[in-house]
Design a protein around this ligand. Sequence first.
Ligand code: SF4
Length: 411
Amino acid sequence: MESLRELYRIGAGPSASHTMGPKRAAELFKQRTPGAAKHRVTLYASLAATGRGHLTDVAMQQVFEGRDFVIDWKPRESMPLHPNGMRWEALDANGEPTEKWEVYSVGGGALAEEGQTPPPDLYVRHSMREILQWSRETNMPLWKFVEEREGLEIWDYLSTCWLAMQEAIERGLEAHGVLPGSLKLKRKAHRHYEQAKGRPGALQRTGLLTAYALAVSEENASGGTVVTAPTCGACGVLPAVLRYLKEVLNLDDRKILRAMATAGIVGNLVKTNASISGAAVGCQGEVGTACAMAAAAAAQLMGGDARQIEYAAEMGIEHHLGLTCDPVAGLVQIPCIERNAVGAMRAVDCGDYALLSDGEHEIPFDTVVKTMKATGEDLQDRYRETSEGGLAKLHIPPGVDPTAIEGNHCG
Ligand code: SF4
């Protein structure tokens, strides 16, 4: 497994796979081909089906500003490894290709190439079973495993991510008006927050959790800066749970960072053994994984041991199995934003539930991750970030052209 630096990335929303990844690919190819007269990229399958519109193309055009740059869209064709494939070409003055590059945006802003050397295996252990075994043998909490594998510097990195998460919450709570795109969706975070503040203590839970999740997800939908956790589309769940529990349990930031480390193990295991890409496995890989990460964090912050934390994470995924990706009009707004809010509530519930138990349970986390992968492979393409099925097909909002998918996807 790679560093948590590859899981938690700070960048502009709304899409880790459809904006962050392609932008990074554009930057790398531009650096590699400084003398080219022209650059061309062909986008395939999900990336082409839902990437058209303001951010996939805009993100790449920003990199090639002032240069001759064209984008070809091939939504009906696929490259072999992943639905988010790109073929890059550098051309000379006669239009002849001088260099080519095939690369995939595989989720969370990461890029992958066929036959590439695997990234450094920082974590050595690749399953929750092995990590729990380490915890038992060393009598150490799960977050210590992150410190052992990454070194003390990881705390500074996680601290920077936590700061960016809190800033996204604050901006989102302050913002008003409608989100960009044809849906003209009203921002709701501010109203939820105000409503929650007007309620007595215990009844504030739903309002606060949803306000924080909505705040971050609305920032993401408007292209604001967020932290992938594990993706942009699912970026509201973990910050909401951390902020809510920090307040109600009066926790210091050191505990929050340790919870982020444990949540990072959960996200990294899914990324390694299944997928965090909606284009590959549907929304179970995005909001399902985010819920599992946040459930693990919640269980730890509420005082759970390693077994209870693993149970909470397992439940976070188990109860999202089969969740499809079907964003209306191709925007990361419906069902995505509300799904983050519901995911945050469910994560706290999973943590709480696990703490009521002694940690013993039937389905191991590793099994549910394998199940998610198999279920994702069984999903028809229309439910994997193409906006051709589900809500995206059956709910056509007034004034929206159903043939014009705007596409600013999240993975
Ligand atoms: S429905 Fe699709 S676009 Fe929306 S958050 Fe889930 S995976 Fe991302």
